[in-house]
Design a protein around this ligand. Structure first.
Ligand code: CP
Ligand code: NVA
Length: 302
């Protein structure tokens, strides 16, 4: 593994390898066992979009691994004034040991990896959010004990989260069911990917069909970062239908867990009641960003 650009690039073994290391690093942190595996290394963190969890967990993660992180807002970098990503990649490769980037187009992340000579981590694009889904998978195993035989369900926009969830869930042998409105389906590449798993993937417009007997329920915002101008139009289409609420929970397994990458919009994609009833799982998921990303950084940079 040279970079983490998408989840599709990881085999089941590589995925499990990262999750196992993440569990181990979580244990070490909880027990005060030092694990300075990236001593002296520097991670550059390029942000073209807002962030709470990603920024803080990467920065703290590098610190705990004995290295350091540099926050690089695109507002301040010359990228914001038009310096090409090809040149930025070649310059930063001479100072840093790794780059994490959150941006719009997936191609920018791929270009950074192509033209640079250091590991690149995708910290969210319009296409996917691999780091988040590693944390989600880690949390599922923590709460459910194993992946085998589980059914996961995603309700909402077929966005970056939906794309990465589908890949991670199918790759680890779980069933995946997604409910989304027409025209808001996951990316065509992801639907092609899902064809490699016959009988394991289902897509419907009806959340109650998708949620039936589910062990894990996911949702995400109706309008992602960069789609602010579509907010009102999307609300008309999603409102009252694409939501995790009591009716959805009633058709899922009685012990179903809920995952939300956050930030959440209560009473939109999830009711406040369901959110609070499942807050333990959701905030463990947020915590696991730290452990899962530390594992990725160690795999790429140690
Ligand atoms: N889930 C997630 O990526 O959160 P931030 O946007 O706060 O980083
Ligand atoms: N789909 C959301 C996820 C935020 C973590 C977005 O891209 O804004």
């Amino acid at each position: 593994m040279k970079h983490l650009l998408t989840l599709e690039q990881l085999s089941k073994e590589e995925l499990l390898d990262i999750l196992n290391l993440a569990d181990q690093l979580k244990f070490q942190k909880k027990n005060g066992i030092p694990h300075e595996l990236l001593k002296g290394k520097t991670l550059g963190m390029i942000f073209q979009k807002s962030s709470t969890r990603t920024r803080v967990s990467f920065e703290v993660g590098m610190h705990e691994l004995g290295g350091q992180a540099l926050f690089l807002s695109s507002r301040d970098l010359q990228i914001g004034r038009g310096e090409p990503i090809q040149d930025t990649a070649r310059v930063l490769s001479r100072y840093l040991d790794g780059i994490m980037i959150r941006t719009f187009e997936q191609k920018e992340v791929e270009d950074l990896a192509k033209y640079g000579s250091i590991p690149v981590v995708n910290a969210l694009t319009d296409y996917c959010h691999p780091c988040q889904v590693l944390a989600d998978l880690m949390t599922i195993r923590e709460f459910k004990g194993a992946f085998e035989g589980l059914k996961c369900c995603y309700i909402g926009d077929g966005n970056n989260m939906a794309n990465s969830i589908i890949v991670g869930v199918l790759r680890l042998g779980m069933k995946m069911s997604i409910a989304c409105p027409k025209r808001y389906e996951p990316d065509a590449h992801i639907l092609e990917f899902a064809k490699e798993f016959p009988g394991m993937f289902e897509m419907t417009e009806d959340p109650l069909v998708a949620a039936k007997d589910a062990d894990v329920l996911f949702t995400d915002v109706w309008a992602s970062m960069g789609q602010e101008s579509e907010k009102a139009e999307r609300e008309k289409i999603f409102k009252g239908i694409y939501q995790i609420n009591d009716s959805v929970m009633a058709v899922a397994k009685p012990d179903a867990m809920v995952q939300h990458c956050l930030p959440a919009h209560r009473e939109e994609e999830i009711t406040n009641k369901v959110f609070e009833e499942h807050a333990d799982e959701i905030f463990e998921e947020a915590e696991n960003r730290l452990h899962a990303q530390k594992a990725v950084l160690v795999k790429l940079m140690a």
